[in-house]
Design a binder for this molecule. Sequence first.
Ligand SMILES: [Fe+2]
Ligand SMILES: [Fe+2]
Length: 215
Amino acid sequence: MKTHSIEDAQYAHAMGHLLVLYTQVDQFIMEACAERMASAPDLVAKMGLAKQVGDECRHVMIQKNWMREFGVDETPVIDRQAMERLHRHFRSLDWVDFLTDLYLVVEALGSQAVEQVVPLADPGTRESLRVPLQDELDHVAFGLSELRKALDAMDPVQRRSRLERIPTRIDAVFAMLQELDVPVLDWFEQVGTGSRQLCDVLDRRREELVTGLAA
Ligand SMILES: [Fe+2]
Ligand SMILES: [Fe+2]
């Protein structure tokens, strides 16, 4: 498979935007997890969030250093009002919905999308994603284990109704992200990840996550 070089202007432009987006999302997650810490249900959950805040902070620093070296235009791709809307959304959620929206969609499906660009990326970008993507596996594992714990603590009727709502929640988060009007699929195409292929990978991952939770 041919990897890209940062000399390729269209690639550099699109990858630059994807890196800015990834960094903004990591910073968003860092803030959202920090805000949740005080109200998390137990010490294990609080410690998981605390570790994640540290990890996301490191990711933001790694990405910012690489973007500077890469010469990326760091203008945010999600504007401040939209970021604030996202924060309001996550603040309004109870613990189970927070876990669903943040870990199933933003962390699990988001990092799955980032994984797709790694084999095609230039060596510097690939290296900048190595540590963050490794940590994202821990974050997804934490979110899934907390979600399972919360679901298992419910009575069977409540548990089933929460589980049944998960696919609708995932769709709603995707719809909310689409409203941000960020041409993320175009950027994926421009770095060599076909949108059809990307959507198939995300559909499969989504199916696996939902089935895994119900098991
Ligand atoms: Fe991250
Ligand atoms: Fe993460």
